[in-house]
Design a protein around this ligand. Structure first.
Ligand code: MRU
Length: 359
């Protein structure tokens, strides 16, 4: 199945909290349950949470008892606010909700609004898969045969509706018959690399080696990495990139060692209304995510320690070689080239980002 899909009036998700030990599918019946799944990271990754939120709004439309347009609109706005608040950094979440609201706003009666909400959510999900395939083709052109690729977090099928972004590039290169090897950062504290990326690569038969996050600098300095590929949760207008905590360190060390560093993003992750990385909200997550690991059966930290747990960091654009999108690769100066790749997106997406709901 896809990571997120609509099935018989429910939102179905692969529960990413329990992989790889267990493959479990959640069936969600209310927008509040979808918001919970996003917050608790049962579903995660910027494109996947965007699609999940869009389906959450379709659920809200289905379940609302409202019989008139104004009542249904109120219920949808309320549900959108709950979903939007679930995670603050990935712009795809707000983008997808706005796109569904814009489509619904064009309808004149509740029946049309309900149908439109689901149709738009489904379109977002279907387009995500097609976008990732295109992005994969474009990015794979940068991967030489025999390349070793350093990858952070999880950007595969699980982080999207299907196929993946940075991992999609790697997958395309592999499908093209190139021999690639992936160094998989474990990605503390929630171990998306060790748990999810390793699981996906294993299923795809793509050779990889799991490394502790702290080892990445060693591999970069000793010439064992040809290219660094990551995803992103939001790209600011100047090319600053918000991505999983630890990305900034990788980018700096990559530049120091002359290794190219490319975030791979659908254009829905590029937020031209956010001028710089300093304007991107960084999600702070619960302390238990850092402390609730065990080492030889015992907690890894003394009880009651103070913890800081920012989920993302900002990589300033000077460390970014280029940004791979489904519309081509943006190179510096990003203030010019990011506009170009966003504006070459098919019209429907642009409208969604630009139009305020009119109810
Ligand atoms: O906290 P997460 O696991 O949702 O963070 C995910 C990432 O940082 C990914 O790199 C990003 O969302 C891009 S996924 C295609």
């Amino acid at each position: 199945m896809r990571t997120v899909e609509w099935n018989r009036d429910k939102v179905c998700l692969i529960d990413q909290r329990v992989l790889p030990a267990e493959y479990r599918v959640l069936q969600l019946e209310t927008p509040k349950e979808v918001a919970w799944a996003i917050r608790d990271m049962a579903v995660r990754g910027a494109p996947a949470i965007g699609a999940a939120a869009a389906f959450g709004l379709a659920l809200a439309a289905r379940r609302s008892p409202a019989r008139d347009r104004a009542g249904l609109w109120r219920d949808l706005e309320e549900a959108a606010a709950v979903l939007r608040a679930a995670r603050p950094t990935a712009v795809n979440l707000a983008w997808a909700l706005q796109r569904v609201l814009n489509r619904v706003a064009a309808e004149s009666d509740p029946q049309g609004m309900r149908a439109a909400a689901l149709a738009e959510a489904q379109a977002i999900a279907d387009e995500d898969v097609a976008i990732n395939r295109r992005l994969g083709e474009i990015g794979a052109a940068l991967i030489p045969d025999g390349a070793t690729i350093l990858h952070h977090c999880n950007t595969g099928a699980l982080a999207t509706v299907d196929y993946g972004t940075a991992l999609g590039v790697i997958r395309t290169a592999h499908e093209q018959g190139k021999r690639v090897h992936v160094l998989v950062d474990e990605t503390r504290p929630l171990l998306q690399g060790a748990r999810l990326t390793a699981w996906e690569l294993q299923q795809l038969g793509i050779p990889f080696t799991l490394i502790a996050d702290n080892a990445a600098g060693h591999f970069l300095r000793t010439g064992q990495v040809d290219i660094v590929l990551v995803g992103a949760d939001r790209v600011a207008a100047n090319g600053d990139v918000a991505n999983k905590i630890g990305t900034y360190k990788l980018a700096v060390v990559a530049k120091e060692n002359g290794v190219p560093f490319y975030p791979c993003v659908p254009t829905s992750t590029i937020d031209l209304s956010t001028p710089t990385g300093d304007d991107i909200p960084i999600e702070e997550r619960p302390a238990e995510e850092v402390t609730d690991l065990t080492f030889r059966g015992k907690p890894i930290a003394p009880a009651g320690v103070r913890v800081a747990n920012p989920a993302f960091d900002i990589t300033p654009h000077r460390y970014v070689t280029g940004i791979i999108t489904e519309n081509g690769i943006a190179y510096p100066p990003f203030t010019v080239t990011l506009k170009r790749v966003v504006l070459s997106t098919p019209k429907r997406n642009k409208d969604a980002a630009a139009t305020a709901p009119s109810c």
